[in-house]
Design a protein around this ligand. Structure first.
Ligand code: GLY
Length: 428
């Protein structure tokens, strides 16, 4: 098989690393890519929507058997509809289905209509109305832009002034362009967040192992939110029964509700769920694999990923039973100084060769590129180091020990990835 993967982050490096292990795969191409991906796949230019003309032509010319879409933007722009229309097999939801991530208003309507446990929310297009509503609430205030905003569309404001400024930035100054035309003011849900991802073939829901991300940039969950500074799987927070409860009360009804509306969801559905004192409540849905969740989920997957991706596209997931390594996986992200604010690029990365290639530690590149004979930084999240361990403690300790080998100017990372889980396990 010839496989084309779209995207250029750690998630896509991990997807390609796993796809390359399939005995059915001959050639792998990546539209986008980075320095790590370039070691496994032939890099071609990134996708350009909305007609995706160059990619469609490439897929036909190179006889691509399967295209896998990593990020949300091309999904929201309808790349799957275009590939489908050309008779090209593609993994990912249609544009209509991808609204579950590209419109927070749509997602909330699905949750409420399907009876999925979630926080209350009010929708506004007028800043005056939104601000007078804020006056009836107490902090913290949750303000969410409706559309895609590169992970920056949700603000938790701790004062009325901050919330008001956020409403004005969205609805009056359209800080996120069209994505800001509508906002939600939502209930603040208190508790730990878990990511539960599942393969969906329109009807069948095949869940992956749960994981937890760390969105704030600094230790102790402080500082501004990022795309994710590290993840671990599995998590002691999610017992077997809580896991089933989330599948049955969040993922299954979402897929059913979409079908009721004539929308066949095919691809990965990612539920971000807060475990509140009153039980799990859905916070958001994403229409794709998580990043860095993928980097701790796929290293635990024993099943051939390509078989699962093809079964999803061919709507026969009922044939698939996923098998998982019982070990724990931890990913720590090394980021550029300044991220998630402005940062410099082009810093040489040292020490990558010191990470042993023994199948229990993996460097997944994100913002990297090759410059001459060097690998240099080329993004905010630069790379993620994933380690496996018999226990979470072992995986965490090994990760931080190995991470000491990797350096670039102004590199920063959280030093407490997985510590919440260790505390829960009674291992301070
Ligand atoms: N880790 C968060 C995300 O993928 O959206």
């Amino acid at each position: 098989m010839n496989v084309l993967v779209i995207g250029s982050g750690g998630r896509e490096h991990c997807l390609i690393w796993k796809i390359a292990q399939s005995p059915d795969v001959e050639n792998i191409y990546c539209a986008g890519g980075n320095a790590g991906i370039a070691q496994l796949a032939e890099i071609i230019p990134p996708p350009v929507g909305p007609d995706f003309f160059a990619l469609v032509n490439f897929a036909k010319k190179e006889a691509i058997d399967l295209t896998v879409v990593g990020p949300e933007n091309p999904l929201a722009e309808g790349i799957v509809d275009i590939f489908d229309g050309e008779g090209l097999a593609v993994f990912g939801p249609s544009q209509q289905a991808a609204q579950i991530e590209s419109s927070k208003v749509f997602a909330k309507e699905i949750m409420l209509e399907a009876g999925i446990p979630t926080g209350w929310a009010e929708i506004f297009t007028s800043s005056n109305e939104a601000i007078s509503y804020l006056k009836s609430l107490k902090p913290p205030y949750v303000i969410k832009a409706d559309g895609l905003a590169a992970g920056k569309g949700v603000i938790i404001a701790h004062s009325f002034e901050e919330a008001k400024a956020q409403v004005e930035a969205n609805l009056e100054r359209l800080v996120f362009g069209e994505a800001s035309r509508k906002i939600l003011i939502e209930e603040f849900l208190s508790g730990e967040e878990v990511s539960l991802l599942a393969f969906i073939d329109g009807e069948n829901v095949v869940p992956m192992v749960p994981s937890q991300d760390h969105k704030p940039v600094y230790d102790g969950d402080t500082g501004p939110n990022t795309g994710g500074m590290g993840a671990y799987s599995t998590t002691p927070l999610i017992t077997r029964s809580l896991n089933s409860q989330i599948i049955q009360s969040v993922l299954v009804p979402a897929v059913r509700e979409l079908r009721k509306r004539g929308i066949e969801y095919r691809g990965v559905l990612y539920a971000g769920v807060i475990i509140t004192e009153d039980g799990p409540k859905a916070l958001e849905f994403n229409c794709r694999f998580g990043d860095p969740e993928t980097q701790v989920i796929l290293p635990r997957l024993q099943t051939d990923l390509v078989e699962v991706l093809v079964a999803t596209v061919e709507e026969r997931l009922y044939e698939v039973a996923l098998e998982w390594h019982p070990e724990s996986a931890v990913c720590v992200i090394a980021a550029s100084g300044g991220y998630p604010g402005p940062y410099e690029k082009g810093k040489p990365i040292h020490g990558l060769e010191k990470i042993p290639q023994e199948g229990r530690a993996f460097v997944f590149h994100a913002g990297t590129k090759v410059e001459g004979d060097k690998i240099v930084t080329n993004g905010g999240r630069v790379l993620g180091l994933t380690t496996l361990g018999a226990t979470l403690r072992e995986a965490i300790d090994r990760n931080y020990e190995l991470l000491r080998n990797i350096h670039f100017d102004k590199m920063h990372f959280r030093t407490d990835i997985g510590h919440k889980a260790l505390r829960r396990l009674g291992e301070p």
